[in-house]
Structure formats: C-alpha cells, structure tokens
Design a protein around this ligand. Sequence first.
Ligand code: GAP
Length: 445
Amino acid sequence: MDQIVSLCRRRGFVFPSSEIYGGLGSTYDYGHYGVLLKNNIKARWFEAMILERDDIVALDSAVILHPRVWEASGHVEGFTDPLVDCRTCKLRFRADKLEDSQCGRKPSKRPGEFKECDLTEPRQFNLMFQTTVGPVEDSGSRAYLRPETAQGIFINFKNVLQLARRRPPFGIAQVGKSFRNEITPGNFLFRVREFEQMEMEFFVPPADSERWYRYWIDERLGWYLRYGVRRSKLRVREHGPEERSHYSQGTSDIEYEYPIGWSELEGVANRGDFDLTRHTEFSGTKLEYVGPDGERYVPHVIEPAVSLERIIVAMLVDAYDEEVVGERERTVLRFHPEIAPVTAAILPLIAKDEGMVSKARGLYEELRKRHSVEYDDNGAIGRRYRRQDEIGTPWAFTVDEQTLSDDTVTVRDRDSLAQERLPVGGVRAWLDDALEREWKTPKGD
Ligand code: GAP
C-alpha cells in the first residue's frame, strides 16, 4: 500500500487534504490524474448500470434530507459503532476491531513490543455527521449529511414510478458523496470519512427477490472482470445471519484481496420491503406498486452498493507492477484502456525540432476531440515513456525524423513495449479499434 500511496502522490493522483495546515486525518484531495481516473470509473459504472439497460433510471438526490428520513431508515437509532477509549494513549478504537489497540503503537521498554491499551467500557457512537439548517441552532434545526445515497432513492420511489412510468422490476441509480464519521478511518482511501458512493436500488416483485439478488451478484462481479481486475483477487462472501444489517434478508460482499487482506469492495444486499415500508409508516405516503389489474404489493429491493474510493484502491493495487526492462527498472500501472486516466500520449522525439513539434501538435489536436490524450515534450524520451507508464497510459505515439519524410509515427504499447509504425492519417482509426479490442491484463488471471 505504501508504494501505491507514494506513486499517487508523486504523479498527482491523490494528495493528503489540507496539507499546508498540517493535514486532516484520512481526508484526501484528487489531483488531475485522480480526477480523470475517477471520472472514467464513474462513466463505466454509469454505462453498465444505466446507459446499456432499459430497466434502470438515474437520480441525483440532495445530500441533506429531512431528518425524519434517517429516523425511518434506522440510522438515528442504529447506525453506530461501539467506541472505546484508551486511558493511557488517549486513542479511540472500535470495540469490534481491537486488533489495532496496542497502546498508541508506541513500543514498551522492550524493543519491538507494544504495551496493551487500558480501555474504557464500549459506548455506542453514531457515525452520522450532524449539522444545522438555517440561522438558528436548536434541536429543530438538526440535520445530517447523508451516510448513504440509498435513502434519497427510496424517498423518490413514487416520483419515479409515476413520472418515469416504470413497473417492477426496475431500478434507480445514483452517484454522490456520502459522509461517515468513522472511528478508525485509514488504509489510504479504503476507509475515509467522505466518499463517493455508487448505489442502485432494484425494485422487484417479492417472489422474485432471491433470483434478482443472485443476478446482481453475478452482474457486479462481471463488471470488475470486464475492466481487467484479476479473477484470482476477487471473491464473493455471503454474510451469516448474525453479520447482516437490520434491513437485510441476505448480503454478499464482493471482496478484493487488498494489501490489508481480503476486504469488502462492494456489497450486494437483499433489503426486502424494509425501506419502502418504513418510509410509508413515517411519511404517511404509500410507497407501493399498483398494477393495471389492481394487484398491489410493496416491492422488494436488491441493492449493489460501492464507493469509488474502494474501486480506485482495488484498481490501483491490481494494476501496479514493477519490472526490469533491459538494465532499467520501471513502475507501470496496467490499467484497462477505458479506465486509464490518459488513453494516449503524443510525443515529439526532439522538442526543439519545429517540424516534429508541429506534426505532434497537429495529431494531438485531432485526437483530443474524442479521447483523453496528453502532449508531452518535456525531457528525454525514455523519461517521458516512464512517466506515462507510471500514470498507466496504454499507448504513446512518437513523432520522429522518419515522420517528416513518410508521414508515419511509432506506437508504443505500454504492456508489451512493442512498437509499430502507422500512417499519421490512420492513428485515429487505430486508436478507436484498439479501444474496441478485448483487453487482457498481462498479469494474468
Ligand atoms: N446503502 C448500503 C450501504 O451504504 P455499506 O456496506 O455501509 O452499505 C456500501 O456501504 C459501500 O460503500 C461499501 O461496500 C464500500 O464500497 C463503501 N464504503 C462504505 N463505507 C466507506 C468508507 N468509510 N470509505 C470508503 N468507502 C466506504
């Protein structure tokens, strides 16, 4: 994980937030390549969940919802973690995750050993961030930053049913920030207090819920494989009854083998009719489906839920590689071409050669209309290739002396390092084709 964090910093993917003020623990800012990476992951999710389907519509609900929403959902009462304090090192831990609680991680007198923490009794700590709405701060103005995007979907069920003229099975999907005051955030972006969730609530006839639950586990697993995540690093783990959330009739985690071990990447839950029933009860608005023949029922809900942050860490870890080529070491991010922040680099071999620069800039202007491409004339060509390898750019087009005589460029493949020559006029079509081809990670399955 340290290598990934350092690469992200060095290449401007992710920075620790508020750094000039000493930082704010476990919050991060995304730099240029981080934003491009994030946008690509979001776009691929949006395509698979909405654009390529007829049965799911999009939504973008507010971050601050009516406080009763969180009473109905069970978050005010139950969205808590057991918190313990250490009287010695003054740190706080989750009582159910005490493996970290060696007193402040400071060694005891004997080198390499840690003192045990002197822990208080556990007390429940609500993970929702509170705020107030309006100029007067009193109990009537209390509100929360949403800890999940899902509730914004449930409270819009009736709008979508009526206005988008849907009938089960259908889904509503949204992407947006969620906030949780985690007691022990950490492991880079894996557990943070502010993250971007991508959630979809799929409303189905009750009798079909088990079938759809299995369907969505397979679909979501297939999405990771489609974008090059290795099968051997993914697994599905079904929760036992004692582990499930209060609303769940069945939950499976799609886990990834992160450097911290197998951990939850995405959750797929069968939420039954819990949410629609509770919001009906608390709001007085009936949230049910009434069919053309008068049949009525409260749909059951299947929910695949994930954060961009967990996907980013999984994809970075999966793509990261170091190898020796010739005498030199290189670090490379072997991202899927549709995930990579930059699809192709355009490089004039000699930055001072006006002919090469003008050819390269012409190609760059043509390609940037449709693709995320980067023009780079800064430094020796070998260094420029290595820079592109480190940000995961799949192809580099180099304009050299031969270009000036026969109007061809070389294309260098990030993974195989193979180079071939192409006519400049054919580069755009070549790139379109390359993006259509099936891509397999050279790291194997
Ligand atoms: N609506 C259901 C729900 O929010 P969850 O298991 O609490 O369920 C869903 O969260 C997903 O959100 C997780 O699988 C994970 O990908 C992501 N997630 C949850 N807490 C997170 C955190 N503190 N930092 C980053 N991602 C988080």
